[in-house]
Design a protein around this ligand. Structure first.
Ligand code: HEC
Length: 115
C-alpha cells in the first residue's frame, strides 16, 4: 500500500513538472480587457462597421472561440493573413497579449462586442 502511494506521488510529481514546463500560455480575461482599448475603435462599434476612412465591416469578436481568435491573431502577426490594419495591430502583440485578448473576447457574450 505505502509503496503504491509513494509511486503515485512520484508519478504525480513528474506529471506536474512536465505540465509546468510545457504549459501553454493561459489567457487572463481581466488583463485581456485592459488590452482591448486598441481593438474597440474597430471591433466595438455597433453594427460592427467602421466609418473611416470608408465604411467597412469588421468581424465580431465577442463569443468566438478563444482558440480561433488566438489562431487568427497569430496568423496576422505571422503574415499568413493579409489584412494591413490587423497585421499592424497583431505585430504589436506578445503571445501573452494574444492569449489574454482571446480569453477576454471568448468569454464575452455573443450579442455584444465587449462593452
Ligand atoms: C483599424 C481597425 C481595427 C483594429 C484597431 C483592430 N481590428 Fe481586428 N480586424 C479588423 C478588420 C477590418 C478585420 C477583418 C480583416 C480580414 O478580412 O482579414 C479584423 C479581423 C480580426 C480578427 C479575425 C476575426 C475573424 O473572424 O477571422 C481578429 C481575431 C481580430 N481582428 C482581433 C483584433 C484585436 C484583438 C484587436 C486589438 C488588439 C483588433 N482586432 C484591432 C479591424 C481592426
Amino acid at each position: 500500500m505505502i509503496r503504491h502511494a509513494v509511486i503515485a506521488v512520484a508519478l504525480l510529481t513528474v506529471a506536474a513538472t512536465c505540465a509546468a514546463q510545457t504549459k501553454p500560455l493561459v489567457g487572463d480575461p481581466a488583463r485581456g480587457q485592459d488590452k482591448t482599448r486598441m481593438c474597440e475603435g474597430c471591433h466595438g462599434l455597433d453594427g460592427y462597421r467602421t466609418a473611416y476612412p470608408v465604411v467597412y465591416s469588421v468581424p465580431r469578436l465577442g463569443g468566438q472561440h478563444p482558440e480561433y481568435l488566438a489562431a487568427a491573431l497569430h496568423e496576422y502577426r505571422a503574415g499568413q493573413r493579409s489584412h494591413p490594419s490587423m497585421r499592424a495591430i497583431a505585430a504589436s502583440l506578445s503571445d501573452q497579449d494574444i492569449a489574454d485578448l482571446a480569453a477576454y473576447y471568448g468569454a464575452s457574450p455573443k450579442a455584444t462586442a465587449s462593452k
